[in-house]
Design a protein around this ligand. Structure first.
Ligand code: PLP
Length: 442
């Protein structure tokens, strides 16, 4: 039983590994965009195990690709031997990356992918100075915690890197808040110039940035910000690393990679989460000269193993064959438009933001920008009670996050939207008439 499992979980696993919900749930089966818990309750899943079940649950094409690999008897060989699935996946990712003559290194997690990118960048530039962005999240190792701008996710101050921090260019909070987009870009560029002049010796290795901050609550600067930053970076020879762990593979709807909204090509791109659809698969793709700067053997026992890369190939083929990027744009618009209409008169909601199937709702105390994590938690629990799994995030825990599988259907988008709108009205104690209207218009 789940209750027993919860007690056993608490007895043997560390408490700094959080569980969702006042009554945590165990997911025991899944199909498409739906999961069922140990008590037999089923949910529409708008979080996908943190944007990782990108294609959905129990997808035959992916299952069969993994089973084919298992039937060969080779689950693991190590990268000391040629791995056909790995080479094929690397070829596809290199081609899709937008980086000419790219090289790909596979890892097991986003953390390791960012470590590998930082390893290449610091060696290429012979510098351990890094620019990072406030409110970012890049992983749980020392270096990636070191470039994570979120106290709640930084469990140690030990850092092998020297890091200087940029404003994110977000609209709602911080020194650049509420400027119009062009002024925010200009102010963020000024900030970069000043940080370079005052906090570094100039020979910085790279800037690492998420095109949309995931853990940070789907916060992002104006389109074009990365290009404006890159102009300054280029004048110093500083590399741009885009962490596409959450934004990659068409999730933003308008583009295949988050960076493309900015009219810029990064030197290195890191990826993880969705590419394995649950199998442990991540990596970095980047400029050959930068990737080849690593001066010693750097070997990952499990990185890019035959099973995870078989899954990765099947995921990528499925994604492209079904044009899931276009589906993300279509279904994401249903969600975003429906949500915006439903909360337009609610001053508990500061912002509905994001792109494609990466949408956040930020809750505040009415009439202010003061975060309201308590209300957020109420909406979160009400969604679950209504049969919808969503995520939470943001620096202050006051952002509801949606990152459903990219296979979401239009009907499922409307179904989830109705639950979400109901949950918001239940938690805020606001009119059910609006809810009914939202249902109809959804
Ligand atoms: C943007 C981003 N980068 C890196 C990571 C770390 O990935 P992992 O948990 O696979 O190590 C995450 C995880 O949430 C992430 O969202």
């Amino acid at each position: 039983m789940t209750d027993d499992l919860l007690a056993r979980h608490r007895a043997v696993l560390p408490s700094w590994m959080p569980l969702y919900y006042a009554e945590p749930i165990e997911l025991v089966s899944g199909s498409g965009r739906r999961v069922t818990d140990a008590r037999g309750r089923s949910y529409l899943d708008f979080f996908g195990g943190v944007l990782t079940n990108m294609i959905g649950y129990d997808i035959p094409e992916i299952r069969e690709a993994v089973e084919r690999q298992l039937r060969t008897g080779i689950v693991h060989s190590s990268t000391l031997y040629l791995i056909r699935q790995q080479v094929e996946l690397a070829e596809k990712i290199a081609r899709l990356s937008g980086i000419p003559d790219a090289r790909v290194f596979f890892t097991n997690s986003g953390t390791e992918a960012n470590e590998a990118a930082l390893l290449a960048a610091t060696n290429h530039r012979r510098s351990h100075q890094i620019l990072a962005v406030r409110n970012s999240y890049h992983g749980r190792s020392y270096a990636t915690m070191g470039v994570t701008g979120n106290r709640g996710w930084s469990a140690s101050a030990l850092n092998p890197l020297q890091v200087a921090w940029l404003h994110s260019g977000e609209r709602l909070r911080g020194l650049l808040a509420r400027l119009d987009p062009a002024d925010r870009v200009a102010a963020a560029v000024e900030d970069l110039r000043e940080v370079l002049a005052t906090q570094t010796t100039g020979d910085v290795a790279c800037l690492i940035a998420e095109p949309i901050q995931g853990v940070g609550g789907f916060v992002h600067g104006p389109d074009g910000l990365l290009a404006a930053w890159k102009e300054v970076l280029d004048s110093h020879g500083i590399l741009l690393v885009c962490d596409e762990v959450q934004t990659g593979w068409g999730r933003t709807g308008e583009h295949f990679w988050g960076y493309e909204a900015h009219g810029v090509t990064p030197d290195l791109i890191t990826f993880a989460k969705g590419i394995g659809n649950g199998y442990a698969l991540a990596g970095v793709v980047g400029r050959a000269d930068v990737m080849e700067s690593v001066p010693a053997i750097s070997f990952s026992t499990f990185g890019g193993n035959p099973v995870s890369t078989a899954a990765g190939n099947a995921v990528l083929d499925y994604l492209l064959d079904h044009d899931l990027q276009a589906n993300a744009a279509r279904t994401g618009a249903i969600l975003a438009d429906g949500l915006r209409a439903a909360v337009a008169s609610l001053d508990h909601v500061a912002e509905v933001r994001g792109k494609g199937l990466m949408l956040g709702v930020e809750f505040v105390r009415p009439g202010t920008t003061e975060p309201d994590p308590t209300l957020t938690a109420r909406v979160f629990e009400a969604c679950r009670a209504g049969g919808l799994l969503v995520g939470k995030g943001g620096l202050y825990g006051n952002v509801l996050r949606m990152g459903p599988p990219l296979t979401l259907t239009e009907d499922e988008a409307r179904e989830g939207l109705a639950i979400l709108v109901d949950a918001i009205h239940t938690a805020t104690g606001t009119a059910t008439a609006t809810t009914a209207t939202a249902r109809v218009t959804a």
